[in-house]
Ligand binder design. Structure first.
Ligand SMILES: [Zn+2]
Length: 62
């Protein structure tokens, strides 16, 4: 049987939020597929912000 057990030895992969650069476990991150990469977000707030920011193509200036 293949049961998922609690293993401390399992390395949790962290990704950094595309908006605030906060590091979050990849399991809890929100993923969004951009044109040629996958963006990760710490939460819905940052995801929404990224959606707004990336809504204007060609305008990458911050
Ligand atoms: Zn964030």
């Amino acid at each position: 049987m293949d049961i998922h057990t609690h293993e401390e030895s399992v390395t949790m992969i962290h990704v950094s939020c595309a908006v605030c650069r906060h590091e979050v476990p990849v399991d809890e991150a929100i993923n969004a597929e951009a044109s040629d990469y996958v963006a990760h977000f710490c939460g819905l707030e940052c995801y929404q912000r990224w959606l707004t920011l990336s809504h204007t193509p060609g305008d990458d200036t911050f």
